[in-house]
Design a protein around this ligand. Structure first.
Ligand code: SAH
Ligand code: SF4
Ligand code: F3S
Length: 467
């Protein structure tokens, strides 16, 4: 009998998670249900990421494991998709070394999945189908969402920025924005289904450039701050977040919305800086200076002194000197981030920076990485301590990963909180929200917004008590 179950392995960023929701939706529409484990799935799909070398390596590691499954159960269909597949040298490698993979597709043709799978099943053959790009976003794909109470909403695809280290513009193509009407309608439907929080997704949401209706006139364009205002008006939507922002495009109109106390825009912004050295920023093609960036942070804090600011750094970009690194440390001291991701520069095939003769030696990269992370973590802890004894509204996301007696959720600003609470206790919900039920029929806090007092903090999370 045909095994009509699927298992999806998602690597990489939120955009990939969103794409995997579409993959799951398409498979569900084809009559497949989710398998409990990859070993007993009829179809296994790996959605890949190529942003750093270790992402590539993880994929090849997973393929090694899947080969064993395929040997035991040759009828299992293995499909691979995502950013790695938009690179010819990777597709060639998969075809040569992993010729047992049944289906290869890319980031631009997820909508073709049912047709491709249909052909594989009917004709017992392998298919490689990659599109080089797309000129429009396919709307209305079926979607199986990961959470009932929060959702990712892609507002634009692709990236035009070509930061010299980055593979994304090659794997995701040029920027295209969804129409504001389609975005708002999707959010309205999500809210009707019980979603309280949406995160708007794009590689650079600040360059969102949507078009209202079918008019070709200039005034029909909608920028990011206008889109945010349209979304703010969706009745019943409690929280809006967005990622990622690009410092060169974050405008005053958007910053002003952070200052509006009645807005449902959450007071948190992820603003990747990459480096504190203006010289390195120029070599990265980031198109802002250290001073430009510090001015933005000043404006954000002027709009809302409580705003949670997080960032990404790349350490060891080609040509980075000790002086450049000192500039980065100086920026860290000036901004005092709530938290930060630090990445060791990883040369990506085909990007300009990978061709530079000035690569920083591995030991130097690691030494700088350690120094930087240590200082970032100290500051994070200091900043977290400011939350002690404060009462925060927490959207409860589930049972804590580290302690089954604890629930876990996020504050308005996006900080992670663990607090004792059983799945069966009723809490305060904003008016109009229907309490959800767990399988035992008891009222559950999961998926609700509850007031929590912060009683202890560490670097990566808070401990709270329900008020
Ligand atoms: N569009 C987003 C996300 C890009 S990828 C943005 O512009 O911020 C997420 C992060 O990965 C980047 O911010 C950068 O810090 C890091 N990154 C991208 N390419 C990298 C590379 N080649 N080596 C190391 N880190 C990289
Ligand atoms: Fe990559 Fe830069 Fe585009 Fe972000 S803005 S996806 S770092 S090229
Ligand atoms: Fe990775 Fe592609 Fe996202 S390279 S970070 S999955 S856009």
């Amino acid at each position: 009998m045909e095994n009509k179950t699927y298992y999806i392995i998602t690597l990489g960023c939120q955009m990939n998670e969103r794409d995997s929701e579409n993959v799951a939706g398409i498979l569900s529409d084809m009559g497949y249900s989710e398998a409990t484990a990859r070993e007993n799935a009829g179809i296994i799909i790996v959605n890949t990421c190529s942003v750093r070398e270790n992402a590539d390596n993880r994929f090849f590691g997973i393929l090694g494991q899947l080969k064993k499954i395929k040997e035991k159960a040759p009828e299992t269909i293995v499909g691979v998709c995502g950013c790695m597949m938009q690179q010819q040298q990777i597709v060639d490698k998969v075809r040569e070394k992993y010729s047992w993979v049944d289906l290869v597709f890319g980031t631009h043709n997820i909508h073709m999945l049912s047709e491709l799978l249909g052909n594989i099943i009917a004709e017992h053959r392998k298919i490689v189908s990659i599109l080089g790009g797309s000129s429009e976003i396919v709307e209305g794909l079926p979607s199986k969402r990961m959470f009932p109470f929060k959702a990712y909403v892609d507002i634009m695809h692709g990236c035009n920025n070509f930061c010299t280290y980055c593979i994304v513009p090659f794997t995701r193509g040029r920027e295209i924005s969804r129409s504001p009407g389609n975005i708002v309608r999707e959010i309205e439907n999500l809210v009707k289904d019980g979603v309280l929080e949406v995160t708007l997704l794009g590689q650079n949401v600040n360059s969102y450039d949507g078009q209202k209706g079918v008019s070709q006139t200039g005034d029909a364009r909608v920028g990011f701050s206008e889109l945010l205002q349209m979304i703010e008006n969706v009745q019943g939507l409690e929280r809006v977040r967005f990622m990622t922002s690009h410092p060169k495009d974050l405008d005053d109109e958007t910053i002003a919305i952070f200052g509006n106390k009645n807005s449902n825009l959450c007071p948190g912004v992820h603003l990747p800086v990459q480096s504190g050295s203006s010289r390195i920023l120029e070599a990265m093609n980031r198109r802002y200076t250290k001073e430009d960036y510090l001015l933005l942070v000043e404006k954000l804090r002027a709009a809302n002194p409580d705003i949670v600011i997080t960032t990404d750094f790349i350490v060891g970009f080609p040509g980075e000197t000790e002086e450049d690194f000192d500039e980065t440390i100086d920026l860290i001291e000036k901004v005092r981030y709530d938290s930060a991701f630090t990445f060791i520069y990883s040369p990506r095939f085909g990007t300009p920076a990978a061709k530079s003769k000035d690569q920083v030696p591995e030991d130097v990269k690691h030494e700088r990485f350690n120094r930087m992370v240590k200082r970032l973590n100290e500051i994070t802890l200091e900043k977290n301590k400011l939350y002690l004894a404060r009462e925060e509204e927490v959207l409860v996301e589930g049972v804590s990963k580290t302690n089954a007696q604890m629930l876990q959720g996020r504050t308005h600003g996006g900080k992670l909180v663990n607090f004792p609470g059983e799945v069966g206790i009723a809490g305060h919900t904003p008016l109009g929200h229907i309490a959800r039920n767990d399988s035992s029929g008891a009222e559950s806090l999961i998926g609700r917004i509850v007031p929590v007092r912060i009683v202890d903090v560490n670097t990566f999370s808070f401990i709270g008590e329900m008020v």
